[in-house]
Design a protein around this ligand. Structure first.
Ligand SMILES: Nc1nc2c([nH]c(=O)n2[C@H]2C[C@H](O)[C@@H](COP(=O)(O)OP(=O)(O)OP(=O)(O)O)O2)c(=O)[nH]1
Ligand SMILES: [Mg+2]
Length: 131
């Protein structure tokens, strides 16, 4: 049995838009859109990991973030714990720093994007909270 992977995930909100990134095709859940983030490494807090990942993946500097929700999800091939934070306090201009496609998307548009299965409760809550 494999260990559940702890993932720091950022709902990065700027005005009415949220930042999405497209996962590279070769990755787990490749080709789907995600909220940027990545694995929490040993000795890191979730907010440390989020700061590191968002700088590496989308080139943003995060000043603060707030815990938003946690989702434990079992894919057939991987178990994840998504530790999702709301990020509104950041600086910089988002870029796809790992060559991935990124988009700022409004809540009206977000339904047209395909996400990993674990994300459905996040989308439901984001739409309820920010619509
Ligand atoms: N970042 C992110 N990951 C998600 C979301 N939904 C979801 O199921 N995941 C899953 C997919 C992956 O199995 C895992 C994230 O791990 P990852 O492989 O991207 O981790 P990482 O960025 O640290 O990448 P690496 O060091 O392995 O290259 O969480 C989401 O909205 N955002
Ligand atoms: Mg990642």
């Amino acid at each position: 049995m494999t260990k559940r992977v702890h993932v720091a995930v950022g709902i990065i909100k700027k005005g009415a838009s949220i930042l999405l990134a497209k996962r590279h095709g070769h990755l787990h859940q490749g080709g789907k859109w995600e909220f940027p983030g990545g694995k929490v490494e040993a000795g890191e807090t979730t907010s440390d990991a989020l700061k590191r990942e968002l700088r590496e993946e989308v080139g943003l500097t995060i000043h603060s973030s707030l815990p938003y929700m946690e989702i434990s999800h079992d894919y057939p091939d991987k178990q994840v714990l998504l530790d999702i934070h709301l990020v509104e306090d950041f600086s910089g201009d988002a870029v796809g720093a790992e060559g991935q496609q990124i988009e700022w998307v409004t809540l009206q548009e977000i339904g047209q994007y395909q996400f990993p299965d674990a994300n459905q409760p996040i989308l439901d809550k984001v739409i309820k909270d920010f619509a």
